[in-house]
Design a protein around this ligand. Structure first.
Ligand code: GSH
Length: 212
């Protein structure tokens, strides 16, 4: 499998974690977002949305990290990233969607660029926007964790919620968001960073990171 990825892309980071948890070998193909390689004709042929990640399975080019991770979970069932109980599954998916639908899309590179170049915001304005949506999303997520977390987001087993949490937390820290008011999130973060699958997927550990 080939993963079209960029070290700082949080959606690619999710897929890297899922691939590592399932102990799957893959080749990384780097798409430099700051150089706008995602809008090249070559990349648009892979994903007409001009976004990463894209997973080339050999049979298909898959886009959208939640769909890619569902594919991986169905094709490589161990370890399962979703509980089997329908209520528990919906509760994990609620945390996943809170991050994937209501946080990351508002803070994606294209949105931040639009705020700056087209809507006249300076860097302080962009940072305030970013922090607002992190705060709102994590305030709600903290409540989910108060109810459901154990060692990890949902009890004591790693789920898709953990796969989505870490990249969002990493990104929030990059923008200097104060996460100390989210003790459950910070506690789960700390535990997940003890796991090799999460550490290997970190932006710091990607070959396209210029500081590596
Ligand atoms: N919902 C998509 C979001 C993908 C996405 O936003 N990718 C970002 C990187 S994390 C990207 O390619 N941004 C390029 C741009 O905004 O121009 C997914 O989960 O895969």
């Amino acid at each position: 499998m080939k993963l079209y990825t960029y070290f700082r892309s949080s959606s690619s980071f999710r897929v890297r974690i899922a691939l590592n948890l399932k102990e799957l070998e893959y080749e990384s193909v780097f798409v430099h977002l700051v150089k706008d390689e995602q809008t090249s004709a070559e990349h648009l042929a892979r994903n007409p949305q001009g976004l990463i990640p894209v997973l080339d399975t050999g049979d298909a080019m898959l886009t959208q990290s939640p769909a890619i991770i569902d594919y991986l979970d169905e094709t490589y069932p161990e370890p399962a990233l979703l509980p089997t109980d329908p209520i528990a599954k919906a509760q994990v998916r609620a945390m996943v969607n809170l991050i994937a639908c209501e946080m990351q899309p508002l803070n994606n590179l294209a949105v931040l660029k639009h705020l700056k170049s087209d809507l006249g915001q300076d860097q302080d304005g962009v940072n305030a926007w970013y922090k607002h949506w992190v705060d709102r999303g994590f305030t709600a997520l903290e409540k989910h964790l108060e109810k459901h977390s154990g060692s990890y987001c949902f009890g004591d087993t790693i789920t898709m919620a953990d796969v989505f949490l870490i990249p969002q937390v990493w990104n929030a820290r990059r923008f200097d968001c104060d996460l100390s008011k989210f003790p459950k999130i910070e506690a789960v973060e700390k535990r997940l960073y003890q796991l090799d699958a999460f550490v290997r997927a970190l932006p710091e550990n990607q070959a396209d990171n210029p500081d590596k």
